[in-house]
Ligand binder design. Structure first.
Ligand SMILES: C[S@@+](CC[C@H](N)C(=O)[O-])C[C@H]1O[C@@H](n2cnc3c(N)ncnc32)[C@H](O)[C@@H]1O
Length: 293
């Protein structure tokens, strides 16, 4: 790959997915894109770049997907899910008792282990949620991981990573060498393709947003912009959960740490720019959001 090809790909990926590659990541690009080039019948990266410059849209999505990192596992880092069970959900059950609805968004859901972990936590509150409208929305840039997530089928290796054995027994059915999540848990999660670089205000407001292990791939300005837009998507008492290595510190003040709960944040009311038609007409907003679902 020539330095010019690499520069083209860096800019191309940053614009399409937010991926911020440093100057020394040629090996990563080559290891992901040479196999893709061969698969689509091209000799190598220079020819792939020429096609991208020619505007082959199908190839654009394949290149972007090939460069995403989809690593995930059930109950990843454990603590966020402990916080969800022990603090966030009990509080929301109290504060939403009149409204009787809950909306949770897994904003880079990969192959589904995160939104399904959330669903399994919610299932523990089933008796208190009778009559409630509960939604878990799973979104990701990659169609391939969303397809896998929709199927809810996982390998032995995947169910051995982070999933307590009692949960496996309770919520999965063995299909040959694979494990499928039972229909009741699968039905709790809706899937949609969504690029976090694009406008997502049409999704409506959420009580909880999980946005974990995706912003680490973006530069500071992109992160700050996404944080600001996420803050507007959360109810004023809603909660944002980040990955173990992620923080808002030094990036934005639209969120403030949730007291004594590492990795959780609340919107900072002094800094969140709520406004426009959406904030002024919540009923209309909800109607639009549910029509879009
Ligand atoms: C490392 S996985 C994290 C999965 C899960 N949140 C977790 O923490 O286990 C990152 C996911 O972000 C997705 N992703 C990357 N860029 C994205 C973008 N611009 N918009 C939405 N999703 C994106 C990738 O496709 C991938 O599935």
């Amino acid at each position: 790959m020539t330095p010019l090809d690499y520069e083209f790909l860096r800019k191309f990926l940053k614009e399409r997915s937010g991926l911020d590659l440093s100057a020394d990541k040629q090996y990563l690009v080559e290891s992901r894109l040479i196999p893709l080039a061969r698969r689509v019948g091209l000799p190598g990266i220079p020819e792939l770049v020429a096609k991208l410059k020619g505007g082959f849209e199908g190839l654009t999505a394949e290149v972007v997907e090939a460069m995403t990192t989809n690593e995930t596992f059930f109950f990843r880092d454990k603590i966020p899910f402990d916080h969800l069970r022990e603090t966030v959900l009990p509080e929301l059950l109290r504060s939403r008792a009149n409204r009787r609805s809950l909306r949770i968004w897994s904003a880079a859901s990969s192959s589904g282990q995160e939104p399904y972990s959330i669903a399994m936590c919610l299932k523990e509150f089933a008796s208190q949620l009778v009559g409630w409208r509960v939604e878990i929305l799973a979104t990701d840039l990659s169609q391939a991981v969303l397809e896998k997530s929709r199927a809810g089928i996982f390998s032995q290796f995947e169910v051995q990573r982070g999933l307590p054995i009692q949960m496996l027994v309770k919520h999965f059915t063995q299909v040959g060498e694979l494990w499928q999540l039972n229909a009741d848990i699968r039905a709790m999660v809706q899937h949609r393709q969504l690029n976090l670089l694009h406008d997502f205000s049409h999704l409506g407001t959420f009580d909880v947003i999980f946005c974990r292990n995706v912003l680490i791939y973006f530069d500071q300005d992109t992160k700050a912009g996404i944080f600001d837009r996420l803050a507007r998507m959360l109810e004023p008492d809603g909660v944002l959960t980040l990955g173990a290595a992620e923080s808002v510190v030094g990036i934005t003040d639209t969120f403030k740490p949730y007291p004594e709960r590492r990795g959780l944040y609340r919107p900072n009311p002094a800094r969140v720019a709520r406004g426009g038609a959406v904030a002024m007409m919540p009923q209309l907003f909800k109607a639009v959001a549910s029509a879009a679902r």
